[in-house]
Ligand binder design. Structure first.
Ligand code: NAD
Length: 402
């Protein structure tokens, strides 16, 4: 019998459960989960004694299919989790990546594939910074998003796979590696038909394609003039959108598109064609669920796929809510999102007045200082994954990683 391909999956949340379950269910692959957070490894291991991990997959025809499988190992020990693994997949929010890179560093071997699913902006910078030369003998893959919308129903036992994306773009830095198994083919084998994995042009394109910037932009648009008083219900995140919040999102997106254009203008050989404005992206991707595609504002407000989603809030007393400014919409999507696109814009000399306003507002709520005026030189800018935080200060520096 053919030996199974061992895959190490980093993380213990929604996406890690789906990835672990799908890969464990596949005949060709065996799963070793690395979860460093609190006692997740112990709890998940105990849960596995009660039965299989169940993925409840919602199919487009509205049927729900149950996929059952068991990871071979769930551990906090990076040596055990990476043992004989050819592939390491990060399926964990970006704020946790650093500790995973540091944990796996001693065990990374040449020709391994290291996959960010999603990588989120700055994944490559952090990977190369922590793994150093070892990273150069690995394949680094970075996907624009998670392939699924998913939520844990019961930690360690059941996860609801709510929807699967049609396609997913990922970038690849091959370095000197010669992987034993093509990582893209392997992922496609595990995922099945969807999402269709598409090869992007380069990693900078993936950095500028990520859509997480919508979260801080919309939070700023909604809460920038908040008077600090609790509200009586959780506002709808998308359907409750104001024209002002939509205009903030539009402007931030345009600044990112301008950055991509500036890169290709400076270096015509660097293709950035997959960097698209949020307006055309949402209208294209959600064409079946948007009732009024006139513009970004109407598209967001009438997208039934976004129905019912609310702002992240904390209930401070029964029926009284305040915004949760420590939700991943800011904690993840500013230092590992907007600050990175801002850093790239700064390198290529693109002005980003709207992005600057959003970061300046958000950093106040996060209790950090990334930006001073319009420059990434605040006391904590090194806590971001902006290229400057890794000593990458010129376009040549950025292109040298490709
Ligand atoms: P998640 O919110 O389920 O992650 C929670 C897990 O992260 C925890 O179980 C733990 O393992 C780890 N974690 C949490 N806090 C930590 C800390 N302080 N230190 C170390 N580890 C900690 O994440 P997810 O939903 O699986 O999302 C993974 C990535 O995919 C994120 O970048 C997210 O933005 C993106 N994403 C998710 C979805 C989705 O539907 N879940 C959709 C699109 C994109």
């Amino acid at each position: 019998m053919e030996e199974k391909i061992k895959i190490c999956i980093c993380g213990g949340g929604n996406g890690a459960h789906v990835m672990a379950g799908l890969a464990a269910a596949h005949a060709r692959t065996e799963v070793q989960v690395l979860t460093l957070y609190q006692d997740e490894a112990v709890v998940w291991t105990e849960k596995m004694k009660q039965g299989d991990l169940i993925i409840a997959r919602n199919n487009p025809d509205r049927t729900v299919e149950e996929i059952k499988a068991k990871p071979a190992v769930i551990t906090k020990d990076a040596g055990q989790a990476t043992q004989n693994a050819d592939v390491i997949i990060f399926c964990v929010p970006a704020f946790a990546h650093k500790q995973y890179f540091e944990a796996i560093a001693p065990y990374v071997k040449e020709n391994m594939s290291i996959i960010g699913l999603p990588g989120q902006p700055g994944f490559e910078f952090q990977c190369l910074d922590i793994l150093k030369d070892k990273a150069r003998s690995c394949t680094i893959l970075d996907y624009e998003s998670l392939p699924w919308a998913c939520r844990l129903a019961e930690f360690g036992r059941k996860v609801d796979l709510l929807a699967t994306k049609d396609s997913l773009i990922g970038s690849l830095i091959s370095g000197k590696s010669q992987p034993k198994h093509d990582p893209v083919e392997l992922l496609q084998l595990i995922f099945g038909e969807h999402p269709i994995l598409i090869k992007g042009n380069n990693y900078l394109e993936t950095v500028l394609m990520v859509k997480g910037f919508a979260h801080p932009a919309l939070m700023y648009g909604h809460w920038m003039n908040w008077d600090g008083k609790p509200v009586e219900e959780k506002p709808l995140f998308y359907q409750g959108l104001t024209e002002f919040a939509a205009s903030v999102l539009w402007d931030v997106s345009q600044e990112i598109v301008n950055t991509a254009k500036a890169i290709s203008k400076a270096r015509p050989e660097v293709t950035m064609e997959n960097v698209e404005h949020f307006e055309s992206w949402i209208i294209r991707n959600y064409r079946h669920t948007i009732q009024d595609p006139t513009n970004l504002y109407t598209a967001m407000k009438t997208n039934t796929a976004y129905g019912g989603l609310v702002h992240p809030m904390q209930e401070i007393s029964p029926g009284k809510y305040i915004p949760d400014f420590h939700h991943r919409y800011l904690e993840e999507d500013v230092p590992y999102g907007l600050a990175v696109t801002k850093g790239v814009a700064q390198i290529v000399g693109v002005a980003t007045p709207c992005t600057d306003k959003v970061i300046t507002w958000a950093q106040g709520h996060l209790g950090k200082e990334f930006l001073v005026g319009s420059e990434l030189k605040g006391k904590e800018f090194k806590d971001t994954r902006a290229p400057q935080a890794f000593g990458l200060n010129t376009l040549d520096d950025l292109l040298s990683l490709m």
